[in-house]
Design a protein around this ligand. Structure first.
Ligand code: SAM
Length: 282
C-alpha cells in the first residue's frame, strides 16, 4: 500500500499510452484521491488502465482553492496523486504551488517519473544534450517574445521551447531574427502516429513549413550559438606584456607566462631570457 499523507507527482504519457510506468499505474490505483488538470481528460486514461478513484480538478484557475483542499486531505493522512493532461506535472503544467506548499508543511512529496515532451525531444534531437535550457512557452506577444529570445540567445547548450502550432511560424521568424539562422528541430507529435522531427537551419525549416500546415503538438529545439573562441596569446606576446611591468623579476615573468600559455616553466624562462637579452642588446 502507498504510505499515507503523501503527495505523488505522477507523469502520464504525452501520446502513446504504453509510455506510462508500472509504478504510475500501481500508485494511481492505490491513492485515496487523484487531482487532475482536466478530470474528463484523465478519466479516459484512468479507465484505460482500469483505475477507478475519487477525482478532483486542479488547474491554473482553481489552484488556490483546490490546493488548500488537497493539502487538507494530506493533513488528514490521505494519499493524493497529482496528474496533468500529459507528461510531467509542474513542467509547463499546474503543480508547482501545490508542491511548494506541501514541502513547506513537511508533507512527503514523491515524484513518479515518466514522459516529458522536452526531454523526449532532446533525447532524439542530435543536438548537444550535456547542457540545455528548458524555457517553456515563449510569450505570445511579439515584443515580449523577442525580449525573451534575446535573453536566451547567448545561453550555452540547447534551448528547448514549447509552442502552440498556430504561433510556430512567427516564433521561428523571431528566432531567426534574434538568435540567427541556427540549426533547429521541430519535434512534432512525439510518441504518436505522426511523430516527426523537422531538422535544418531556421530558414530551411521555415521553407519546408511553408508547404505544410503544422498540426498537433510541437516542441522546438534551438542549437547553441557559435561561441567566440578567446584569442590565443602566444608566448612571445605574453612575455612582451609581462615585461612591460618593471616590478616583475624574470622568474615571476616566466612563472606567469607558463601559467597563461601552458608551456613549461623552463621553456618560458629560456624564452624570457632570450627576449630580455635581445632587448638589452638593442
Ligand atoms: N507537462 C508536459 C510535459 O511534461 O512535457 C507539457 C505540458 S504543456 C501544457 C503542453 C506542450 O508540451 C505542448 O503545447 C507542446 O509544446 C509540448 N508537448 C506535449 N506533448 C507533446 C508531443 N506529444 N509532441 C510534441 N510536443 C508535445
Amino acid at each position: 500500500m502507498t504510505p499515507a499523507a503523501t503527495l505523488y507527482i505522477i507523469a502520464t504519457p504525452i501520446g502513446n499510452l504504453e509510455d506510462i510506468t508500472y509504478r504510475a499505474v500501481r500508485i494511481l490505483g492505490e491513492v485515496d484521491l487523484i487531482a487532475a488538470e482536466d478530470t474528463r481528460h484523465s478519466l479516459k486514461l484512468l479507465s484505460h488502465f482500469g483505475i477507478s478513484k475519487p477525482l478532483t480538478s486542479y488547474f491554473d484557475h482553481n489552484q488556490q482553492l483546490k490546493g488548500e483542499r488537497i493539502l487538507s486531505a494530506l493533513r488528514q493522512g490521505k494519499s493524493v496523486a497529482l496528474i496533468s493532461d500529459a507528461g510531467t506535472p509542474c513542467v509547463s503544467d499546474p503543480g508547482y504551488q501545490l508542491v511548494r506548499d506541501a514541502v513547506a508543511e513537511h508533507i512527503r512529496v514523491i515524484p513518479i517519473p515518466g514522459s516529458c515532451a522536452a526531454i523526449t525531444a532532446l533525447s532524439a534531437s542530435g543536438l548537444p544534450s550535456d547542457t540545455f535550457t528548458f524555457a517553456g512557452f515563449p510569450p505570445s506577444r511579439q515584443g515580449k517574445r523577442r525580449t525573451f529570445l534575446t535573453s536566451m540567445a547567448a545561453l550555452p547548450g540547447t534551448l528547448i521551447l514549447y509552442e502552440a502550432p498556430h504561433r510556430l511560424l512567427q516564433t521561428l521568424l523571431d528566432i531567426k531574427e534574434v538568435c540567427g539562422d541556427r540549426p533547429i528541430i521541430v519535434a512534432r507529435e512525439l510518441t504518436k502516429i505522426y511523430e516527426e522531427f523537422i531538422r535544418g537551419t531556421v530558414s530551411e525549416v521555415l521553407a519546408s513549413l511553408d508547404s505544410i500546415t503544422i498540426r498537433g503538438e510541437v516542441a522546438l529545439l534551438v542549437a547553441p550559438g557559435e561561441r567566440e573562441e578567446p584569442e590565443h596569446e602566444t608566448l612571445e606576446s605574453v612575455l612582451a606584456r609581462l615585461m612591460a611591468d618593471s616590478t616583475l623579476s624574470i622568474k615571476d615573468i616566466a612563472r606567469q607566462a607558463a601559467a597563461i600559455t601552458g608551456v613549461s616553466r623552463s621553456e618560458a624562462y629560456q624564452e624570457a631570457l632570450r627576449v630580455k637579452n635581445i632587448r638589452e642588446d638593442a
